[in-house]
Design a protein around this ligand. Structure first.
Ligand code: CA
Length: 572
């Protein structure tokens, strides 16, 4: 009897051990689970699965939908994670749910208690969680990290990242790399200081911190670890102290280079005339050695940004001509191909029409060829006394040629599938001074569509030639992400509510399904008991209805929601 009981305990212990997510599992990224935002730390959003393919996708059917419930709807930008038959999905207002993937039954939920006075700039969104060991970890709108037990939903640890009353918040999914939990911060419209932090995912204890505004000190194991850059080299006076560069979309990691790649947001304030210089490392990609917490290289897309061209977009590593490269579709309208090891620019091409702020990118220097007359004018030159500077028309508008919605790369077809938007804005500068917790813009703007027939367009680009292979236009701006598969499919959602699948080679739409609210989140796929599943979160919101000017009027017919849909092929 004793022996039998001991045996049972051993089995139970073994089951518990095998249920833990490890670094090796995250690095291997097999098709039976979805362990990270980006479907692999490189962020390719590619799955080799091919049971659902160009021939069978017409039979793809919903098997369940689960509502996030309550009165709390608004934008749902979350990418679900899947492990051992459980789905972990975050929702608006800092909520997280665990769901049985086969039945859609809710296993548990956690609603983070948010204080009055949180200051998310762009809706109450969350983009997803990270899995490590027996934990599921996510960031909250009051700038905390919360780690919960995957099985029970009980809080295991909680850490305050920064002061929400100063404008800090968290909306990105954390990234696990080499046993570290890597996170950024949101709050670029409030003069925060952008940074990347590494913690022990099991305890939340800080390992290193690396500011991405030049002049600030980094830390490693509680000790000073060198200032980022050189104080005042690219920021005049005290401006670096409220320099922005929020790392609000999180990062990617490539085990081959040992580097984590984080994009950085706009410099603060938007009025560029008060911070003459490049304003490093704002509007850039910053490559950080995860072992040392030091910046190895940076590439700045928009030096001395004046248009809110946050450079946060995902840097997706891939192989080209036998070299490890990274692809990034920047909010400023240019697609960059950069050597992932050295940071040297290899190629740059526009992925939207009508760019006004620059005439191309100089491949030798890596710098944009600015069009000086298309920079909004200096309010000081207008005579001061609160007067506005000269207004200019700028394209893309500040919501960008691309925004938070992640693209996908197919190593099979060697193509990037980019969710793009074509819109412009009138923009002018105003005098501004920093006040804790106040919007730190010094700019006014109205965003406008450029074309009658579309704002959004899903586009397939060859990173080597910069040629567009195909596009699928969309009336409303695209705000979800993309998934591509070994079945030669590209999946994406639209604000009009459709999850669509197109032939990856031609762009021909082969299947679509109406989810009942707008989709502003990226789809995923995995296998459960040998069958291929596809899931996506539905729930219209995000920055567009809040900030979209004339565009918001165009999309205000769309209904809010909050649910996750799951699909598979019928059993034969
Ligand atoms: Ca911004």
């Amino acid at each position: 009897m004793k022996q039998k009981l001991f045996g049972l305990l051993m089995v139970a212990a073994a089951a518990h051990v095998s249920a833990q997510v490890t670094d090796a599992m995250i690095a291997k990224d097999d098709t039976n689970s979805v362990l990270s935002w980006g479907m692999g730390t490189q962020g390719q959003r590619y799955s080799s699965l091919d049971a659902v393919n160009t021939k069978t996708v017409k039979n793809l059917a919903p098997i369940w939908s689960m509502s996030f419930g309550g009165e709390k709807q608004r934008g749902q930008e979350s990418q679900p994670l899947v492990y051992k038959g459980k789905m972990f999905v975050t929702a608006s207002y800092s909520r997280i749910f665990a769901i049985d993937v086969k039945t859609g039954e809710k296993l548990w939920k956690y609603e983070h208690r948010l204080p009055e006075g949180i200051m998310p700039c762009c809706d109450v969104v969350n983009r997803g969680a990270a899995l490590y060991d027996n934990l599921v970890i996510f960031g909250t709108l009051d700038a905390q990290l919360v780690a919960l037990d995957q099985n029970t939903g009980k809080v295991v640890w909680k850490e305050k990242v920064d002061d929400y009353a100063a404008g800090y918040s968290m909306s990105a999914a954390p990234l696990i790399a080499e046993g570290l939990l890597l996170t950024g911060v949101s709050g670029g419209e409030f003069g925060v200081v952008g940074r990347v932090e590494a913690r022990d995912p099991k305890t939340g204890k800080m390992v290193w911190s690396r500011p991405v505004v030049e002049g600030h000190m980094g830390y490693l194991n509680g000790k000073e670890n060198g200032i980022s850059g050189t104080t005042n080299a690219t920021w005049p006076g005290e401006t670096w102290k409220t320099g922005g560069a929020a790392t609000w979309l999180g990062g990617t990691y490539d085990a081959k280079t040992g580097l984590a790649y984080f994009g950085t947001g706009n410099p603060g304030p938007w009025n560029s005339h008060v911070r003459k210089g490049d304003n490093l490392y704002s509007a850039s990609t910053v490559a950080i050695d995860v072992k040392t917490g030091k910046i190895v290289w940076h590439y700045q897309g928009t030096p001395n940004d004046s248009w809110d061209f946050d450079g946060v977009n995902e840097f997706i590593t891939f192989d080209m001509d036998g070299k490890r490269m990274g692809g990034k579709a920047d909010r400023n309208g240019y697609f960059y191909v950069i050597d992932a090891t050295t940071g040297k620019l290899q190629n740059a091409f526009p992925f939207v029409n009508g760019i006004t702020w620059a005439k191309g990118i100089d491949l030798a220097t890596g710098r944009p060829n600015f069009v000086p007359e298309n920079r909004p004018g200096d309010p000081a030159a207008a005579g001061g006394d609160g007067k506005k500077g000269t207004s200019v028309f700028a394209s893309p508008g500040f919501l960008g040629g691309k925004n938070q919605m992640p693209m996908a790369y197919s190593p099979k077809n060697k193509m990037f599938y980019v969710p793009t938007n074509e819109w412009g804005m009138d923009i002018w500068n105003e005098p501004i001074s920093y006040k804790k917790g106040g919007a730190f813009l010094g700019a006014g703007f109205t965003i406008r569509p450029l074309y009658e027939d579309h704002i959004g367009s899903l586009r397939a680009y060859d990173p080597k030639t910069g040629k567009m292979a195909w596009e699928v236009k969309n009336n409303a701006p695209l705000w979800g992400g993309v998934l591509t598969t070994g079945g030669d499919l590209v999946f994406w959602g639209t604000p009009e509510g459709y999850l669509k699948a197109a032939d990856a080679k031609t762009g021909k739409v082969l299947w679509q399904f109406q989810t009942g609210s707008g989709i502003v989140a990226p789809p995923i796929t995995w296998t459960q008991d040998g069958e291929q599943y596809v899931s996506v979160v539905s729930g219209w919101g995000g920055a567009v209805p809040l900030w979209g000017g004339e565009v918001a009027k165009k999309v205000n017919l769309l209904e809010q929601g909050g649910s996750v849909w799951t699909f598979k092929l019928p059993r034969k």
